[in-house]
Design a binder for this molecule. Structure first.
Ligand code: ADP
Ligand code: MG
Length: 332
């Protein structure tokens, strides 16, 4: 099968003018053409996934297709941007039709769910599987939510629950027969990008800063803190844990929740008023995604830093602060 029949068979699909009117030209010409609505800015993000580094060679191709797009949708969600379309550049060692069929099924299932069509890309041979997706979105001009807007006194919030993906990865690598694996595996392989909630937060003007948690809350929150010149005090006892993680010793659970990765939840800061908190809980309810207040933005003292606090297990929080390296611990 040559490159063109491969593209035709697995990556070229009719674009629906009713569902995605923003696309004028998709796969098949020299370049794609799409429109950004009047009064909007284009938001672009790109992610590179390499076999052996970002996924296992034997991962189910359906879930790989899903995750490749999900991580990009999550970046748009973190800006409060609405998806328009994406390109896929893929390097493959061979033409494995069963693999390609499953990969494109997983990819298009998620693309359809978000009305975010595949509009172009590139296909080439390579020694390992390499996948690059570039996603395009739009946001009303001036309304994108950045990392640099956190203010002293803001609440720190996270969506969903944290740590399941990191736990799943650890089980896959070290205890593949463990009965918990099937319960958390989907959190690693099939993350749900929080696009609707991210856009709703932007629309409501509630979040001052936001990002998606892809490398672990501790590291990712630091990006907000450094960009905003602030610090944070975090309440370990408040960390949202799934029922599976709640069964683990608290030190392990917190370690996965703050130092793990691949959660693809949103972390944002918002004013700490009763009205804003109530409005946020209303939004969370509307989208049936739990949100949890996990900390407070504090003034920066020389460097941006995180203080991990726990009333329930202070010595565990102290250990957590040490093991996450760049963190400090509050005894009070
Ligand atoms: P060019 O020679 O101009 O780079 P290609 O022959 O690489 O064009 O691609 C032909 C068409 O197929 C283009 O519209 C391109 O965007 C699209 N395309 C190539 N690979 C992919 C892919 N993996 N997914 C989606 N579209 C693709
Ligand atoms: Mg090409």
């Amino acid at each position: 099968m040559d490159e063109f029949s491969l593209i035709g068979a697995y990556f070229k699909r009719a674009i629906s003018p009713s569902k995605t009117p923003q696309i004028d030209v998709g796969v098949g010409d020299d370049a794609a053409v799409f429109r950004v609505a009047d009064g909007h800015q284009c938001v672009v993000s790109s992610d590179l996934l390499i076999e052996g580094r970002h996924f296992f060679a034997d991962v189910a191709p359906f879930t790989l297709g899903h995750k490749s797009l999900a991580v990009n949708l999550s970046d748009l969600a973190a800006m409060g941007a609405q998806p328009l379309g994406f390109t896929l550049s893929i390097g493959l060692p061979r033409v494995d039709t069963a693999w390609l069929g499953e990969f494109s099924k997983g990819l298009f299932a998620l693309a359809d769910a978000f009305d975010c069509p595949l509009i172009g890309g590139d296909t080439t041979r390579s020694d390992n599987i390499v996948i690059n997706i570039t996603i395009f979105g739009q946001v009303p001009t001036g309304q994108a939510i950045f990392r640099n807007g956190a203010q002293v006194g803001d609440d720190v919030w996270v969506t969903g629950s944290l740590g399941d993906a990191a736990y799943a990865l650890n089980l896959m690598q070290n205890m593949p027969a463990h009965s918990d694996l099937e319960k958390v595996r989907a959190r690693l392989e099939m993350p749900t990008p929080r696009v609707a909630l991210g856009c709703a937060l932007r629309e409501a003007g509630l979040a001052r800063s936001m990002l998606d948690v892809s490398d672990g809350l501790a590291g990712d929150l630091l990006h907000i803190l450094r960009a905003s010149n602030v610090s944070a005090r975090m309440e370990c006892d408040a960390l949202p844990l799934s029922s599976v993680l709640s069964q683990l010793p608290v030190g392990q659970a917190w370690q996965y929740a703050v130092a793990g990765g691949d959660d693809y939840e949103l972390c944002f800061t918002a004013p700490a008023s009763t009205e804003v908190r109530a409005a946020l809980f209303d939004l969370a309810q509307k989208f049936t995604i739990p949100i949890t207040r996990v900390g407070t933005i504090t003034p920066m003292n020389q460097v941006a830093q995180i203080v991990w606090h726990s009333a329930r297990a202070p010595e565990v929080a102290q250990q957590l602060a040490r093991s996450t390296g760049f963190n400090h611990f509050a005894s009070r």
